[in-house]
Write a protein that binds this ligand. Structure first.
Ligand code: CP
Length: 307
């Protein structure tokens, strides 16, 4: 079996291009399993996984749970609300108490950037980052790149525009790392206030005119405006954002070329993307969700092999 170079999935930053290819090849096999009448394999029988969610999630949490069940793992769910975190228990104490019950792997979503890296330095279990603050969301980037590969045959050489709230997006940073490692050309586009300074140092182009970004790209990955992370106002109103930076059918019709439309979800319909684009034949948003299960099965399986 091809092995990953890492014991944890803390971020795409720590993966080699070969690691990403190994994950994709494994996900190809798991996707085939998921399309069989019997979708379950015994690969992680006798492995116990805790899903530790300190932040809300729909897709990532359900997708990991399904991936773990398809691999026959034993699973425990933990959410900060309703736990002793509310009584002041630290992250490390919480995890050490869970691990004392003989847990092998930790899938973790946390509002603080760096929380999974911190844990990985203090505990023995494999850690999988399911999104840490505004830092990284590695399995999202893997499933995004896997979906591009599936639809366009390859990621290498493709022009991908990441459009929207780049400043607050962990999906943006993980996508930039992943796409660049796989040889894509990457552009970020949106209002200047939502694009971090010096982002060009990551090897991406910057465009403040969304129409120009769409004219340039093969793939548009449209990101959610993360109002919950915006401590100050970065643009005058949602209506104005939609007018100047939102993706709508008229804009795409005017440009008149086929662009693959992606969005990690959840969608603010009518803000960063209109329903007639999100639900159009060019949208692969639900394919991304479907591929998330195969990608997460691959990551769990390959990391379990490192233990
Ligand atoms: N894409 C994503 O991370 O969605 P959730 O926040 O619902 O998990």
């Amino acid at each position: 079996m091809n092995a990953l170079s890492v014991n944890h999935l803390l971020g795409i930053k720590y993966l080699t291009p070969e690691d990403i290819e190994i994950i994709f090849e494994s996900a190809d096999e798991f996707k085939e399993v998921l399309n069989r009448p019997i979708k379950k394999v015994p690969s992680l029988r006798d492995t116990t996984i805790v899903n530790l969610f300190y932040e809300n999630s729909t897709r990532t949490r359900i997708s990991f749970e399904l991936a773990e069940k398809r691999l026959s793992a034993d699973i425990i769910h933990f959410s900060a609300s309703g736990s002793s975190v509310k009584k002041g228990e630290t992250l490390l104490d919480t995890v050490n108490n869970i691990l004392a019950m003989k847990v092998d792997m930790v899938v973790m979503r946390h509002p603080s950037a760096g929380a999974p890296v911190f844990l990985s330095k203090h505990i023995d279990a494999s850690i999988i980052n399911a999104g840490d603050g505004t830092h990284e969301h590695p399995t999202q980037a893997l499933l995004d790149a896997f979906s591009i590969r599936e639809k366009l045959g390859t990621v290498k050489g493709k022009k991908v525009a990441i459009i929207g709230d780049i400043r607050h997006s962990r999906v943006a940073l993980s996508n930039i790392f992943c796409l660049k490692k796989l040889g894509a050309e990457v552009m970020v586009a949106g209002p200047p206030t939502l694009i971090p300074m010096f982002i060009e140092s990551l090897g991406v182009q910057v465009e403040y005119n969304v129409r120009k970004a769409l004219e340039w790209c093969d793939v548009a990955n449209v990101l959610r405006i993360q109002l919950e992370r915006q401590e100050i106002q970065y643009f005058p109103s949602l209506r104005e954002y939609a007018m100047y930076f939102g993706i709508n059918k008229k804009l795409l019709d005017d440009i008149g070329k086929e662009i693959l439309i992606m969005h990690p979800g959840p969608i603010n319909r009518g803000v960063e993307i209109t329903s007639d684009v999100a639900d159009s034949k060019y949208s692969i948003i639900l394919d991304q969700v479907e591929n998330g299960v195969a990608i997460r099965m691959a990551v769990l399986y390959l990391l379990s092999g490192r233990r």
